[in-house]
Design a protein around this ligand. Structure first.
Ligand SMILES: *Cc1c(COP(=O)(O)O)cnc(C)c1O
Length: 484
């Protein structure tokens, strides 16, 4: 399998059109032309294969699926990497993503029983093992630099802790994460994990990451990398649980299901799109947004309009608070018949210049053919859904999952199971749960009392130069430790 950029233009002579293999793009972010990587085609899963996959354990299913997209890691090695990633010890149950019925025809698929209690662990845990493997194979090291306001940073740290050849430098706005999220990250004492609390807001953290990454000499000298959601390996890992959910909700391949996906950067639901393109019998991909409804607006109107920071709301489902959706270009590329020149035009020229684009009437008419429908959920919806789900089914759901369930209910089709992806556990968002049901949610044993653990972090001014000095010092130390 080879990978191409969504901005690939036929006849381009800059080298940006070169097809790459999986391990070549594994450690990269954007393609050199600014596009996102996608496979040259989606392998088709026929009926016999689907039947065979139905009986597999999660790690076996993951291996079979991944090996269709990864042909430059020996099969035995890939099998071992996947096998050590998806274990009951890490994800809490042997099924890894158990399905539970809420009411007839509506299910929750649990994607959030990993170490940080959010679905990002599903992909990030695999990424940690893939990175460690590939870096060892190349004899290289990597320094991951990131900015976080919550879930991504902690998922990355828990995936990379203790990994040979990898350091993590994670910037977060000082005092602005929830005490729980802060404790999750700051209680890690692994030598290769560096928490940097920046005296500023999330945008300051992101600006620093950009400034450091734009210093190409520094970036190369210190082997700076990222683990953001545009990474293809993360998206690929997420395709697996769409298949696993389907197998649990159906008995034969003649049945279709729908998935409802609480969405922000379009990474999760894009994996659903890939699964559907591979032939997974999917009726609808229900895209749920919160008040930051950039994507709902697109599905309903065909206009994609990036929001200014002043228009971006801070909500009680904070992991969906986006101003633009960084994986969205992948779907648009497919929608436009994989026309890289037009994709480039829309994202590079239109969005950069005017902040928005509108697809043609013909292109807009094709969206339902990809299964997409959508809706928006608000704080009041979230609270009402958490309350009624608790009353009716004695189940506590988190705020993001509540957004998914709200929009799922608007699109139910008789006879088609609706699988709502549970993207976080309620324990992470205790304040809103308290508001909805009058008490705080229970915490998993692993997270009890984490606010009281000793914390390890460094406070810094919002200053890219200071962050660079810090990285230099701590990378050297790491190398010396290895040498000694
Ligand atoms: C990241 C996240 C989302 C949004 O997922 P995308 O892939 O960005 O669309 C939804 N819910 C939770 C809990 C998350 O952490």
């Amino acid at each position: 399998m080879k990978y191409i950029s969504t901005r690939r233009v036929a006849g381009d002579t800059t080298g940006a059109t070169t097809e790459r293999s999986f391990c070549e793009i594994l450690l990269e972010g954007l393609a050199p032309d600014g596009g996102l990587y996608l496979p040259t085609h989606y392998p088709h899963i026929d009926d016999a294969t689907l039947t065979q996959w139905r009986g597999l354990a999660y790690h076996e299913l993951a291996f079979e699926l991944l090996s269709l997209f990864i042909d430059d890691i020996p099969r035995a090695d890939l099998r071992a990497l996947v096998g050590k990633t998806y274990t009951a010890a890490v994800f809490g149950t042997p099924q890894i993503v158990p399905l539970r019925a809420l009411e007839p025809g509506v299910y929750l698929e649990a994607l959030s029983n990993g170490p940080t209690l959010a679905f990002k662990d599903m992909a990030m845990q695999l990424l940690g093992n893939l990175f460690e493997y590939e870096l060892a194979r190349r004899g290289q090291t990597l320094n991951i630099l990131g900015a976080t306001s919550g879930d991504t940073g902690s998922a990355a740290e828990y995936a990379m802790r203790g990994k040979v050849g990898i350091n993590v430098f994670m910037l977060s706005p000082k005092g602005r994460m929830s005490p729980f999220q802060q404790a999750q990250m700051f209680s890690l004492h692994d030598a290769n994990i560096h928490n940097i609390a920046v005296e500023g807001v999330f945008d300051d953290c992101q600006d620093i990451v950009k400034a450091v990454s734009n210093d190409l000499a520094f970036k190369r000298a210190h082997r700076i990398g990222t683990v953001n959601s545009i990474n293809w390996a993360r998206l690929l890992a997420q395709v697996v649980y769409y298949f696993a959910g389907y197998f649990q909700a159906t008995r034969t391949n003649n049945e279709q299901v729908s998935f409802a996906v609480p969405s922000g950067n379009f990474g999760n639901i894009c994996a659903g799109h890939v699964a559907r393109m591979m032939g997974l019998p999917t009726r609808q991909l229900v895209l749920a947004t919160n008040e930051n409804n950039v994507l709902d607006e697109f599905v309903r109107t065909g206009t994609y309009r990036v929001r200014a920071s002043s228009e971006t709301h801070e909500t009680s489902s904070p992991s969906m608070d986006i101003s633009k959706a960084s994986n969205f270009e992948r779907f648009v590329f497919d929608l436009l018949g994989r026309d890289g020149a037009r994709t480039r035009d829309l994202f590079q020229n239109e969005v950069e210049r005017t902040g928005s684009f509108k697809v043609t009437a013909d292109e807009f008419a094709r969206i339902p053919g990809y299964g997409f429908v959508s809706g928006t959920s608000t704080h009041a919806d979230r609270v009402a859904l958490i309350r009624s789900t608790h009353e009716r089914f004695a189940t506590i759901i988190d705020t993001h999952t509540a957004d998914g369930l709200k929009v799922a209910r608007e699109h139910l089709i008789a006879g088609v199971p609706m699988i709502v992806l549970e993207t976080a556990l309620p324990a992470k968002f205790a304040e809103t749960i308290q508001e909805a049901i009058g008490r705080a949610p229970d915490r998993p044993a692993s997270m009890q009392g984490i606010e009281d653990l000793p914390k390890r972090f460094t406070v810094m001014a919002p200053d890219a130069l200071a962050v660079k000095r810090y990285i230099e010092q701590h990378v050297e130390q790491h190398v010396e430790q290895h040498a000694g």
